[in-house]
Write a new protein. Sequence first.
Length: 321
Amino acid sequence: MNSRNSCAAIAAMLLLLLVSNTPCTAQLSSAFYDNTCPNALSTIRTAIRTAVSRERRMAASLIRLHFHDCFVQGCDASILLDDAPSIESEKNARPNNNSVRGYEVIYAAKSEVEKICPQVVSCADIVAVAARDASVAVGGPSWTVKLGRRDSTTASRSIAESDLPRFRDSLEILISKFSDKGLNAREMVALSGAHTIGQAQCLTFRDRLYNNGSDIDAGFASTRRRRCPSSGQDGNLAPLDLVTPNSFDNNYFKNLVQRKGLLESDQVLFSGGSTDGIVSEYSRSPSTFNSDFASAMVKMGDIETLTGQDGLIRRICSALN
Ligand code: HEM
Ligand SMILES: *[C@@H]1O[C@H](CO)[C@@H](O)[C@H](O)[C@H]1NC(C)=O
Ligand SMILES: *[C@@H]1O[C@H](CO)[C@@H](O)[C@H](O)[C@H]1NC(C)=O
């Protein structure tokens, strides 16, 4: 071997080393189950439609479930795991306990999918598809869901408590919690627009009603106080969007402009801070909100996904195989 050839050989070896050291980062793809489970999406859609027609609020609950999954070690269905010797369930974390709903709907959708394609479709993908189908079911935007997520082997109650936003968080903290997940302030505002549907418990908005702050409409506060006394009745529900609680529209943003946001974390998006302009833009343009919401949901669905050989495909979503 002359020196030129050996140099080429070394270069080739280096290249090989480089290539083999590059981690296998499989990409999500909307066609992921086209060959392995062509009826997966229609099966999930039927399950979600059935659940939402039984109870309209379920659409809200399923969208929130996806959010609370993705913000805790990524969109990996970690939120669906029950307590077990190696699992400290996220279900018991403060933001989730007695609050997050829809687990049974996902478990039921998964069992339908298992009947047609055993151990092919991940729970994490079912949660992502369910959120999209839920949006469509209540008049919200649609989007193409990228697929190929795998399910986690772990859960983290402590990350659920530290990383999920709280209803008393300041605008700065909200922006930084979303930014930690790769979502900018505009995306955070768009995603908060999910509060155009669904309900919140009295304990999450009581302080705002009774603080007599300047950022709440007085008439709105007095109406809301009727079903949320200054103490007790913590679990009484109120619609996050009083005007059109069951349809996905841009009324949430119109409410904020009128100082009729239910949660502190809602109103803080329009109270003289850096996101005011985005809120008023969405309050004027339902189409801009819809398309930004859809893009932000796709981006949220990309947070720290497990792909390729990582994680596993659970047989039932609540436990490891
Ligand atoms: C910006 C920070 C956010 C905070 C502080 C927050 C907080 C809350 C709180 C406190 C509730 C009421 C829970 C209860 O009373 O049991 C709630 C409900 C809800 N949240 Fe958020 N949220 C945020 C962002 C989001 C995002 C990004 C989404 C989805 C993309 C979302 C979707 C929902 C939905 C749909 C409901 C109603 C759920 C139901 O009726 O079951 N939220 N949120
Ligand atoms: C979750 O809620 C249940 C029912 O209200 C309560 O008994 C339990 O202590 C709560 N768990 C945690 C960890 O706070
Ligand atoms: C808010 O206003 C109401 C009615 O005017 C009053 O009863 C209440 O004490 C006030 N609360 C605070 C925290 O100032």
